[in-house]
Write a new protein. Structure first.
Length: 416
């Protein structure tokens, strides 16, 4: 109990006792001395009460941040103990969920509708045994982010921000203002006409659903140990990560796929190189970033290239009689170089040519937003593997892609 509450209760008791004594016309000497004692205690308690309030207010201020974020940390701790094998056994033989797994499933069901068993995105993290690090709060909104879910994903390494949404659409206002400063030409002259502060809404919509099917044999189900836990988590995470990476960059924007960064109509500057891959081509793109105030220097830029481009860069020396390869120059100057054959289309044409993507963070804003909705809905198919006693699971995930500002991305085409 707070000290101020204890003192307040004691003051109430003293007032009640004094009221009874004050009403007596024939008070004894003992009762008079008792009134003086209570009156002295009451005055002393007033000073203690004010001191207690000041002390407790300071403690509340110091604990404010901890109290505001405690809920997120408790949820992350529960997710770290979520067991996917319980979900598999529940769908296979109806075994009851228990512990943190049951708590999380119940909470997710209260938030939204699921045909099967909801599995939080954080549960797909690659773990060592059953231990996993706590979550990190999203700087945009208080929701779990899933950057660590696909630690090796290309989208995460080029700076995309993963955002988990409970339900509905989400708009992210990004500043596109062209407000400019101007000097007064004379002592009484104007400093320029006012300009509106403009923003552009970047919507994420739950219109794209990704599905993954997994087949678990009867023997695996009977083992029901850490092996099934890691196998299901690893396979589901790998399949979703690969499909998500490809959709973020190459999504067709049709047939259920979101519009990928390299395919969608986002107004990103695209420059044709039409020449052999070289550091000079990437350097020119970095200069365009800096002149647009999207990057302070080459170290703020991340490049996404194909393995074939790396092969060409790493085999070519800079200039005649040079001692450094083109790829070494690229890697030394840029903040990071990400190589992927999944996120970029294979080279085509003669000579074979492909694309590269350059990204940068401006004022802490990620160049790409990837939204996921709710949890992963795991549904059982009781018929496909009934003859062998196996379990067929379908995992459904809803996601979308958008970009922040076109000036934070650049596309290079025709890299031979």
């Amino acid at each position: 109990m707070l000290e101020s509450v204890k003192i307040s209760r004691r003051q109430s008791e003293i007032r009640q006792a004094l009221a009874g004594l004050a009403g007596k016309t024939d008070a004894t000497a003992d009762e008079i001395r008792n009134m003086e004692t209570l009156d002295g205690e009451y005055r002393a308690n007033e000073t203690r009460y004010r001191a207690a309030l000041i002390s407790e207010d300071t403690e509340r201020r110091e604990a404010k941040d901890d109290l505001e974020t405690r809920g997120d940390r408790e949820w992350s701790d529960l997710v770290s103990r979520f067991e996917i094998r319980q979900v598999a056994l529940y769908l296979d033989e109806g075994r009851a969920l228990n512990g943190p797994t049951n708590e999380i499933v119940s909470e997710l069901r209260n938030r939204g509708g699921y045909r099967g068993v909801p599995v939080p995105w954080g549960a797909l993290e690659q773990r060592a045994g059953e231990t996993v690090a706590g979550g990190v709060p999203n700087p945009v909104r208080l929701a779990p982010i899933i950057d660590r879910l696909f630690a090796e994903s290309v989208a995460a390494r080029v700076g995309a921000q993963f955002i988990n949404v409970d339900s509905g659409e989400v708009d992210y206002p990004v500043s596109t203002s062209s407000v400019a400063a101007a000097w007064a030409a004379t002592e009484t002259g104007a400093v320029g006409s006012p300009a509106a502060y403009a923003t552009t809404q970047k919507p994420l919509k739950p219109t794209n659903t990704l599905g993954v099917q997994m087949k678990i044999t009867r023997q695996t189900l009977k083992q029901a140990g850490d092996a099934i836990e890691q196998a299901v988590r690893r396979d589901m995470s790998g399949a979703i990560g690969q499909a998500l990476d490809k959709a973020v960059f190459l999504g067709a924007g049709a047939s259920g796929e979101p519009a990928g960064v390299l395919v969608g109509s986002y107004g990103i500057t695209s420059t044709s190189i039409a020449a052999t891959a070289s550091w000079a081509a990437f350097r020119s793109a970095v200069v365009r970033f800096m002149t647009a105030n999207a990057a302070a220097g080459p170290g703020d830029v991340v490049a996404l290239i194909r393995p074939e481009v790396w092969d060409t860069l790493d085999a070519a020396l800079i200039g005649t009689g040079g001692y450094k390869f083109e790829y070494d120059k690229l890697r030394e100057n840029l903040g990071s170089v990400v190589i992927s054959s999944n996120a970029l289309a294979a080279p085509t044409g003669a000579p074979a040519a492909t694309k590269a993507l350059l990204t940068t963070r401006a004022s802490g804003v990620a160049p790409i937003f990837v939204g996921t909705w709710g949890a992963i809905d795991v549904i059982r198919d009781p018929y496909s593997d009934a003859a062998s006693g196996g379990l067929r699971l379908t995992a459904l995930a809803t996601m979308d892609v958008t970009i922040s500002r076109p000036s934070q991305l650049q596309i290079l085409t025709g890299i031979q």
